[in-house]
Design a protein around this ligand. Sequence first.
Ligand code: SF4
Ligand code: MG
Length: 323
Amino acid sequence: MLLEVKNLSIYYYTLAGVVKGAENVTFNIDRGEWVTFVGESGSGKSTVAHAIMNIVPSPGKIVSGEVIFEGKDLLKIGKEELRKIRGKDISMIFQDPMTSLDPLRKVGDQMVEVMTVHGVPEDEARERAKELLEKVNLPPDRLDYYPHQLSGGQRQRISIAMAMAFNPKLLIADEPTTALDVIVQDSIMDLIDALKAEGTSIYFVTHDISLAAERSDKIAVMYAGKLVEFGTVEQIVENPLHPYTKALIEAVPDLWKESEVRAIPGYPPDLRSPPPGCRFHPRCPVFKERSTLKDLCDAVEPEMIEYEKGHFVACHLYGGAGK
Ligand code: SF4
Ligand code: MG
């Protein structure tokens, strides 16, 4: 196992109250596996991604849990050791590539620096930077460009090239295609696929479950800071268990067998005071219909159970008292 995340909780201590951004999130990513995290914005997918790198922005704090990467808990090791892993064994790309690019410096210098900080001699790093550009289908003269001279898609290619510098074991990609048009989107997805083909595991974040279904091996569904379902793409798309997952799939016309498109009624809850019991209960159609669940869903938090091999769900309809 490459990555084991156990009971990870992240809170944001804002002036308006404590926002429970992610709570008790547990999952694994195997070597060479692509796992996509889906859910509405604010569901905790990016929060967990940041926590894996131990870069949760202030006022956020990791309040509990473990992030075991190749047997080491990244939340316990020293800053120096973590710096060695970041950008080398684990790389991250963001929705806005400018997050990782300095607007005032040439792209080539920045690519070189990513490598020299990890001990690669400068001339070797220059050579490698050229090769990396070729890998992401950009001409070598782009090394002399400043980020603002490139299009959004080209900038994202540069940030992928930087992330590829050391053939990372894990790539965390937080909505890297959301700001791009469809054709460019596809080419970025191809690059991530190519990285995967070389053995890199992928933690991919999107709010678009159809994008998730296309390329990944597994899907993790998050709702209001909780992981509510986890399984292979086939398990999730063909046999979704959680009412929220079902609603997500039904909202996508292509994935849905019939013709009607339905949006999910209601809004995600305020994470300063999430609903008691199952956080989805105020929006859950099953809860509204099934009287047997009435005292359970709005009072007892459902635990994650393994419904079938590798297919996990947290909902009272399965395995527990609600069966
Ligand atoms: Fe719906 Fe209850 Fe399942 Fe939550 S636990 S998703 S409210 S049926
Ligand atoms: Mg996000």
